[in-house]
Design a protein around this ligand. Structure first.
Ligand code: BGC
Length: 449
């Protein structure tokens, strides 16, 4: 089946995971630069100082994306390359990203910029990080730099990648930078500040530029119902969209997604924020007037959901020998891309883009220099197949981005987990080698466009 005309196929990456060159272009340290150099934080003491050297090799990688056949190249800017501590613009950073954007266009691809993929300037973390209201001004200073310098070359922006991850894992000390512990109230403040940054950035970028489009990227463990009953589906919705009750509950949905796509907080969240003076005049108006027209979802896996004989609801991982991936949470569940977009569309009634999906596999370089990775191809094609089924059943999905074009620095896990369609030979000058799965995705795109 050919996909809808406006359907986009893409690949994605994030600055800290690929760029390296941390001492070039007057880059300031981010929380990941500091965290990765803190003993014991990253597997095998690895860090992103060099990463895969996208900073110097972006041309090669963009040409590979072109060869793959995708039409969209999603990547992130490093805030710490673009804004100096006094708020002025770092021209070296502007120059670098303009060159990247120009190359993306030269290859006939469409760029999508993620503004925040987890690399907060360390000086802002030292001031208290996301829980402090004044972070909004700093974020807007950064967004202004993007607006002034990149709007002619890029019209599609995603403000935040996965607050579900960077707030929860980073501020409940669960293995991500900055490794702090916020209280429940601080988590609420941080979530609200992130949303305020988003809405204000959206206004700023879109003002006077009807061609500019600004979205927000969510992530979640998807759902797979054990049966097709309406009762179970309703139960799933109730639990899936429940609001956080403790600081450990911030890997959650409605606190971010309801304000974005329904234009209001869940009632009890709004009440809490009122009581704790988190809301300031004008905040709810910003939320009411938000302009979201697409829901972006990073989806890798799902939980199986059922109600037991005693009427208790369960949502659980089902790892088996066959579906267990390279990382503990990474369980191959292709139906993730069938049921989850359906669930999201029923609540928010907006088109959906799968902004990330991918598999990490232990790739083994053959003596003649190849990577045969049938498991990754099988993952990719089975997920795409389920997504196709969802589209046939009326779910309005407009795009799919594979994570990631190349192997890269997988945060606390270091370089071990390889998500790329292109192998990086870390022992051999970061040589790029196309894996078999590169061809699988390439063929799928050809057949469906
Ligand atoms: C993140 C990526 C990460 C990928 C695989 C996503 O949650 O956006 O940065 O590498 O998952 O773990």
């Amino acid at each position: 089946m050919p996909f809808p005309k406006e359907f986009h196929f893409g690949v994605c990456s994030a600055a800290y995971q690929v760029e390296g060159a941390i001492h070039e272009g007057d880059k300031l340290p981010s929380i990941w630069d500091v965290y990765s150099h803190t003993p014991g934080k990253i597997k095998n003491g690895e860090n992103g100082d060099i990463a895969i050297d996208f900073y110097h090799r972006y041309k090669e990688d963009i040409v590979l994306a072109k060869e793959l056949g995708v039409d969209t190249f999603r990547f992130s800017l490093a805030w710490t390359r673009l804004v100096k501590q006094d708020g002025s613009t770092n021209e070296a950073g502007v120059k670098f990203y303009r060159q990247v954007l120009e190359e993306i266009h030269r290859q006939g691809l469409r760029p999508v910029i993620t503004l925040y993929h987890w690399d907060l300037p360390q000086y802002l973390e030292d001031r208290g990080g996301w829980k402090e209201r004044n972070i909004i001004d700093d974020f807007l200073t950064y967004v202004r730099v993007a607006k002034e310098n990149f709007l002619d070359l890029c019209q599609d922006y995603l403000t935040f990648n996965e607050p579900q991850c960077f707030l929860y894992l980073g501020y409940q000390n669960l293995g991500h930078a900055p490794g702090k512990v916020y209280t429940f109230e601080e988590m609420m403040r941080a979530a609200h500040n992130v949303l305020m940054c988003h809405f204000k950035a959206q206004r700023l970028l879109e003002e006077g530029h009807p061609e500019v489009h600004v979205g927000f990227v969510n992530t979640m463990n998807g759902v797979i119902p054990e049966d097709d009953s309406v009762a179970l589906w309703e139960e799933i919705k109730k639990h899936f969209f429940a609001t956080p009750k403790t600081a450990q509950d911030f890997y959650t949905q409605s606190i971010y997604m309801d304000p974005l796509y329904l234009h209001h907080y869940p009632k009890e969240v709004e009440e809490y924020m009122e009581e704790h003076h988190i809301l300031q005049p004008g905040d709810l108006d910003l939320i009411r007037n938000g302009k979201e027209d697409t829901v972006y979802l990073n989806l890798y896996t799902a939980n199986h959901c059922y109600v037991d004989k005693k009427g208790l609801y369960h949502s659980e991982r089902r790892p088996t020998k066959e579906n267990q991936g390279f990382l503990e949470w990474l369980i191959k569940e292709p139906e993730t891309l069938y049921y989850t977009p359906k669930l999201i569309q029923e609540r928010y009634h907006l088109p959906i883009v799968i902004s990330e999906n991918g598999d990490a596999v232990e790739d083994i370089l053959t003596p003649d220099g190849h990577i045969h990775d049938p498991r990754r191809s099988e993952y990719l094609l089975s997920y795409l197949g389920e997504m196709e089924k969802a589209i046939q059943d009326g779910v309005d999905i407009r795009g799919y981005f594979y994570w990631s074009l190349c192997d890269n620095f997988e945060w606390a896990e270091g370089f071990g987990p390889r998500f790329g369609l292109v192998y990086i030979d870390y022992k051999n000058g970061l040589k790029r080698i196309k894996k078999d799965s590169f061809t699988s995705y390439q063929t799928f795109i050809k057949e469906h466009h």
